[in-house]
Design a protein around this ligand. Structure first.
Ligand code: A4P
Ligand code: MG
Length: 172
């Protein structure tokens, strides 16, 4: 990592294709190996039913959240994550379609970002217990800019069924 100031970020991981647990383990190794990123914390892995847009059934998802420190600006961070998605065989056919690996920028420091490529905080995160729960596990006091406390958001989404299924063997 260079001596540029680094920013604390949270990345959401999701997979529901081609051995999702292995996809997440591979993603962890690849993220930890990126030169401008330091992997600080990994949540447990949680399983949940796929949220879909078209009602077509999909395999269950496995989700997790990582805390990283990075010297990358927001869009170069997105580029690096999308390259990892591509390396793990991500095919973008339809929105919210099944995927080998999805890497979302949930939070980038305390910044609110709105560009053609990036909305941060991630636009859907406040409605998703499969994001809020793993985030709460590793950063219970984190502030989500422009939103209620994480605890309040979790209470609002408490009807979503989520099962903790695996660990990443502690921190990186
Ligand atoms: N983009 C904008 N903001 C961001 C951000 N904060 N992080 C843009 C990452 N990308 C961001 O994403 C489409 C475009 O969103 C990107 O090119 C980027 O410029 P994509 O990954 O290609 O497509 P997508 O993932 O299908 O769309 P979207 O809207 O990002 O979907 P989500 O929010 O990722 O939801 N059910 C369960 N149980 N668990 C899941 O993880 N995930 C989804 C997908 C649906 N159902 C799920 C889950
Ligand atoms: Mg995505």
């Amino acid at each position: 990592m260079s001596y540029k100031a680094s920013v604390q970020c949270y990345i959401g991981l999701g997979s529901n294709l081609n051995n999702p647990l292995q996809q997440l383990y591979t993603a962890k190794e690849k993220i930890a190996a990126l030169p401008d990123i330091r992997l600080q914390q990994c949540s447990s892995i949680y399983q949940s039913q796929a949220l879909t847009l078209d009602g077509e059934p999909q395999n269950d998802y496995f989700n997790a959240v990582f805390e990283i420190q990075t010297t990358l600006e927001p869009e170069p961070l997105l580029d690096a994550l999308q390259q990892l998605e591509n390396e793990q065989g991500r095919v973008r056919d339809k929105r919210w379609g099944a995927r080998t690996l999805d890497l979302d920028v949930l939070l980038y420091g305390d910044q609110q970002i709105k560009t053609s490529r990036l909305s941060v905080p991630h636009i859907e995160m406040e409605h998703r217990s499969f994001v809020l729960m793993p985030l709460f596990q590793i950063a219970p006091d984190i502030k989500i800019p422009g939103k209620q406390t994480l605890k309040k958001l979790l209470e609002k989404n408490c009807d979503q069924v989520l099962q903790k299924v695996n660990e990443f063997n502690g921190t990186a």
